[in-house]
Design a protein around this ligand. Structure first.
Ligand SMILES: [Zn+2]
Length: 109
């Protein structure tokens, strides 16, 4: 089922569609393909308590992004300037690329 496959990749620009960060646009920092979760820059910031370590002798609270499920975000199309649904397309040379469903702009090129 195509809709259960994560088509988002690292460095994509995505818009958050649900949750407390709804409406935010950020760059994808990393993708966890097994869990279908993404880290998006400046999105879903959580505070973590850390123990003292060699790096941070005092320990304390650090802020950082927490992963969100990919279905909570949509890819931004540079042509539509909007969050869009994407689909896969096979090129003649066998390469698979992503395409905007709205304007049919190829996204990976
Ligand atoms: Zn588009």
């Amino acid at each position: 089922m195509e809709k259960n496959v994560c088509l988002i990749k690292k460095n994509d620009k995505v818009k958050v569609m649900t949750g407390k960060d709804r409406g935010k646009i950020g760059r994808v920092l990393s993708v966890d393909r097994k869990k279908n979760r993404l880290l998006v820059e400046h999105v879903n910031i959580v505070k973590r308590h850390t123990r003292p370590s060699a790096k941070n002798r005092q320990g304390g609270i650090v802020e950082g992004e927490a992963a969100i499920h990919w279905s909570n975000v949509m890819l931004m199309c540079n042509k539509c300037m909007a969050p869009v649904r994407i689909k896969m397309r096979h090129l003649e040379d066998g390469k698979k690329v992503r395409m905007c469903r709205k304007c049919e702009e190829l996204i990976d090129l």
